[in-house]
Design a protein. Sequence first.
Length: 282
Amino acid sequence: MSTELLVDGNPVDGQIVEKWELLLQKLKDLKKAAIAFSGGVDSTFLLYAACRALGDNVLAVTVQSDWVPMRETSESEAFCKVYGIRQVICRIREEDVEGFLENPPDRCYLCKKVLFCRMMEMAAAEGYEQMLDGSNINDISDYRPGVRALRELGVISPLQEVGLTKEEIRILSRAHGLNTWQKPSFACLASRFVYGEEITREKLDMVDQAEQKLMDLGFHQFRVRIHGKLARIEVLKEEMGRLLEPDILQEVTEYLKKLGFSYVTMDLMGYRRGSMNDGLGL
């Protein structure tokens, strides 16, 4: 019999509940598992589900690097503390990933291969042979060379296996009281760079601080793409008008110029995943 899950007093769609129950069963079959945990919507939901299914037989492995904002690491640590989950931190430097700084189109593959190798080594040292990640079914339609690295290493993507979409993960997260249900989608800061442009710590910090500014101003989903000294801001189309309000526009422009940007622009197409892939002709 399906467990009733509610959102605002209304039952969650039966098909979504079936996927939830299938996910729990898949996780139980693993006996124990390490979760690649970033603190984002998907990995938080997966880690929560793993705890429900496996109890203490779960390990959270979190990457700490210059291309991941400290707020993400701090939020992941806070979550693990609340739920009593053992967490290990995998520290990676840009120099550890050969080719990363040159930012080729397959940068994500190069990066994921090194990151997951390191994480799997740490997990194995703790007695965990199975590594899981939070990829969902929507990720299949995007250009994600990093997926090849995950498959080569045998990383399991249970959310994808049961067919959960991003929206369904948000619904289930809300039903289970996870505050990440409405958290904006996040991606590695390196994804803000046009392919071929050198990635530096200075530029990563510029992007990080620029996006933190938009977050502090209350924007919900956004990216600050970097093209040399030009910042290309993507916000949701329904929030474009707010960004263009004189006071907000002036505050954002002045702040980004202080960070080192010479030009500050808004993308008229609005926020969209993987916009840096547009020039690849995919």
